[in-house]
Structures are given as structure tokens and as C-alpha cells.
Design a protein around this ligand. Structure first.
Ligand code: LLP
Length: 441
């Protein structure tokens, strides 16, 4: 098939000419479960987890691969990641709750966020969260107070902003100096955070963290961030006696959304990070710490596709043809928010020639609700199932109910069987937590 690079690994064009995901006919799935429908391929999820772990194992035995669950957080995926022996990072009380509800061991959970609320931190401490990645001086003080109240010592990492600009969309850069995240290096802020954490009787600062951004194709920025982190580790080792046992070098590996995207491989990415830490620690003469990475997109992005039903087609003579589907910005905000580019396929005619240029529009009342501007499809018709590949990360996770659209269902496909892992919302769900005006019952 032509699209293997961006579709889940076990997808193919079946005998009927339909797209199949690990033996499940996508046109049948759309009919059975309705559309829009997110379809994940379990084996691709497993393969991606294993690729990370194998790449590490080939280079070090002291590592941890942490799934950044913000990319897609649900019970089934937390369970799959746990089955694969990985850790998880959560960025809110809600994601932490989801991980706990999935049975995820709390000691393997890392809690992130630039403004974790007191309630969230209390919830995490009550449930014995493994690590809190502290992001600010205010949080440092708050966490020390909460841990003291409980008479416990909480393990923490300090989030450092290394002052490195990643080559990616401005909205998903996080490592630059002017960032809301973490402790910057100007005027000794990062050193000061480490000093305060060392002094805090109820905090155990076991390491540092840096995440410079997302959907990154070049290794250079990662390498520079590691050098900056290790310089800080060395300085604080010498001045404060800081014993840094964990170096969390974040996530950020980009994936292929279109055929022209060429990201580095997981192996190259892990090599850069492990070797980077090894070489930098050797340079400053300190022992090798545990190396942690936090991938989100590169674990789940390729594993998921979205199936829509084509509802209307409209020709603007001499300008363009619009093809409208039954979802859009409420299930995939990425094209509107980051100018993200996707490819598409008519699942009913996966083998056919691409002969028609269209613009794929969503159903929301916004002109910006365009999923793909200009894409070639095989003779699209009303009633067809249109698929967008590589929608496994940050699509369902960022879904909304805009225009009163219930969130789609999510199914997991394996060996010709698909089962629901997130049910489709209903219209009743939309009003379930709303209350009528007084007196109107
Ligand atoms: N660690 C931290 C602290 C993060 O903030 C993130 C992503 C990750 C790890 C995982 O990064 P990844 O491996 O997925 O690149 N909604 C945007 C992406 C936002 C990323 C937020 N942080 C998008 O759809 O492109």
C-alpha cells in the first residue's frame, strides 16, 4: 500500500479495496460504531513502546520511559502502557485520576504542570504519587508545606528551562527563556530552586527535568539542552552538594503526518539523549544518572486514525471543491491551532487512483474549521468514509463539545476485532451536568 509510513503498521488495503486496520475493515467499523470514530491499532501502540525500551536497553540499564499521557489519556491506554512496563506522566489531577483508575502504580507516576493547584497536589500526595516535577518557587513552598503536613518526604524533580529554542511551531516550544514553564537560568533561578529544594525538610530533589518542545525533527536542540542541564548539575554539585540521580530529558520527538515529513527514528532520538547525557556527565566528571524520557506523540500518534462520514460536497466554480465531514475542529483542533497538515484517504476505495482535489471541511460554524486544505482523493462521494491518519496524539485529548457535538467513540483494533475503549458521548451527556433556571424544573 502507498501510505504505510503514516498509517498504523498493520494497516492494508483489503480484498474489497477498503482500508483495514489490523484486519478490521474501516468502512465496517464506521457503520458499526458510527462516525466520527477514532480507531487505534493496539500492535502499533505496543511496537512504539517496545522500540523506546529496546533502544534504551541497547545503551544503558538505568532508564525509564514515561508516557506523556496528555497525548491521549484513557483507561485502556494507561493499562497498555503499564503492561509494557513503562511509567506515566500526568499534567493534571484529572489525568492522575485516570491513571489511578486504570490501576496504574502510583509510584511510577510523574506529576507535571506550571500551576498545579493545591487541591491537585493534595490529591497526588494522598495517593502517594511517585514524583512531582516542580515548576515554580510558589509550588516549591506549597509542596513543602503539604508534605510537611503529612509528615512525609516527597521525591521531586525540578523543571529547568534551558533557554533552547526548538525548531517547531511557536505554540509548542517550551524550552526558550521566555516561557511560562520551569526555572530559568538567568540570575541563578535554577540554582536557587535546587538550593531551596535541598533545604526543604520534606522534599527530596532527586533530579532535574527539561522539555524543550514538541513535534521536533532535529536532534541539535535536545543535545544543547542536555549540555545546559549537565552544566547546572555540575555547578550545583560543586556549590550545594546536589546529588542528581535522575535526568529527565523530556519528550518531543516528531512524527510523520504527511509523506514529506521525515522525523528521526526512535533509535536515533534515544541515542542522542543517552549518549548526550553520558558524554556530558563524563565531561564534568560526575557519575551517570538514570536517564528518563517522556514521549507522548511518538508513542500514540501513528497508532490512531479518525474515520468521518462525508456529508456534503460543494463546488465553488473556478475556486475549490469543499467536502464536508461529520466532525472537524471539535475532534481535531490541530490544523486550526498549529497549521498542522494531514493527509486523507477514502476508506471505501483505498486502492483507487487519486483523481479529485478537494478541501476537507468540518461541520462547525466557523470558516476556520478546515481539516485539510487541498488534498487529492479517489472520486469522493457523499456517504463515503474519509480517514485522516496519524490522529492518535492530541486529537481526542483536545476534543471539545463545540457547537454541541458529542465527543466521538474510540475503538481499539487487534487481529480483526475492534472493541470500544471510550464510548461516544450522547446528547444527554451534553446536558447531564447542566441545571435548569429556577422554577422551570
Ligand atoms: N513532557 C512535557 C513536560 C510536555 O509538556 C510534553 C508535551 C511532553 C512531555 C510530550 O511531548 P511529545 O513527546 O508529545 O512531543 N497539543 C500540541 C502538543 C502539545 C505538547 C505539550 N507537551 C499538538 O497537538 O501538537
Amino acid at each position: 500500500m502507498t501510505h504505510t509510513l503514516i498509517y498504523p503498521s498493520h494497516s492494508r488495503h483489503g480484498a474489497s479495496g477498503h482500508l483495514e486496520i489490523d484486519g478490521c475493515d474501516v468502512v465496517d467499523l464506521a457503520a458499526e460504531f458510527g462516525t466520527p470514530l477514532f480507531i487505534y491499532e493496539e500492535k502499533t501502540l505496543e511496537d512504539q513502546c517496545r522500540r523506546y525500551q529496546e533502544a534504551f536497553r541497547a545503551r544503558t540499564d538505568d532508564f525509564e520511559v514515561i508516557y506523556a499521557s496528555k497525548a491521549f489519556c484513557c483507561l485502556a491506554v494507561c493499562q497498555l502502557v503499564e503492561r509494557e512496563g513503562m511509567s506515566i506522566d500526568v499534567s493534571s489531577g484529572g489525568e492522575y485520576h485516570t491513571a489511578l483508575a486504570s490501576g496504574f502504580p502510583t509510584h511510577r507516576i510523574f506529576f507535571h504542570g506550571n500551576n498545579k493547584t493545591e487541591a491537585e497536589l493534595r490529591y497526588a500526595l494522598e495517593n502517594g504519587v511517585g514524583f512531582v516535577v516542580v515548576d515554580s518557587f510558589d509550588e516549591l513552598r506549597l509542596l513543602e508545606r503539604l508534605a510537611a503536613e503529612r509528615g512525609e518526604v516527597q521525591r521531586v524533580l525540578l523543571r529547568i528551562t534551558p533557554g533552547v529554542e526548538a525548531h517547531t511551531h511557536e505554540y509548542i516550544q517550551t524550552g526558550q527563556l521566555d516561557s511560562k514553564f520551569g526555572f530559568g537560568l538567568v540570575e541563578g533561578q535554577a540554582e536557587e530552586a535546587i538550593r531551596l529544594a535541598l533545604e526543604a525538610a520534606h522534599l527530596d530533589p532527586i533530579g532535574v527535568h527539561a522539555h524543550i518542545g514538541s513535534q521536533i525533527f532535529e536532534l541539535e536542540g535536545f543535545r544543547r539542552a542536555i549540555a545546559v542541564l549537565v552544566d547546572l548539575i555540575k555547578r550545583t554539585h560543586d556549590s550545594l552538594g546536589f546529588d542528581c540521580r535522575y535526568v529527565n530529558v523530556g519528550g518531543g520527538l516528531g512524527i510523520r503526518y504527511t509523506e514529506s515529513d521525515v522525523p528521526v527514528t526512535i533509535d536515533e532520538y534515544v541515542d542522542c539523549k543517552v549518549r548526550g547525557v553520558q558524554e556530558e556527565m563524563a565531561r564534568v566528571g560526575l557519575p551517570m544518572p538514570r536517564v528518563l524520557v517522556e514521549p507522548g506523540r511518538s508513542l500514540v500518534g501513528k497508532a490512531g486514525i479518525t474515520a468521518y462520514r462525508v456529508g456534503t460536497m460543494k463546488e465553488v466554480p473556478g475556486i475549490r471543491a469543499y467536502l464536508s465531514v461529520d466532525g472537524g475542529m471539535s475532534d481535531n483542533i490541530r490544523p486550526m491551532l498549529y497549521d498542522a497538515r494531514y493527509e486523507a484517504m477514502i476508506a471505501d476505495r483505498a486502492d483507487d487512483e487519486l483523481d479529485t482535489l478537494v478541501t476537507v471541511a468540518g461541520k462547525h460554524c466557523e470558516s476556520s474549521d478546515i481539516l485539510i486544505k487541498d488534498v487529492m482523493l479517489s472520486s469522493p462521494r457523499v456517504g463515503d468514509v474519509l480517514v485522516l491518519p496519524a490522529t492518535g496524539a492530541y486529537c481526542y485529548a483536545m476534543a471539545s463539545n463545540y457547537n454541541g457535538n458529542p465527543r466521538p467513540a474510540v475503538v481499539m483494533a487487534r487481529d480483526g476485532k475492534a472493541r470500544v475503549i471510550v464510548e461516544r458521548e450522547t446528547y444527554d451527556d451534553l446536558v447531564a451536568r447542566q441545571l435548569p433556571l429556577e422554577g422551570r424544573g
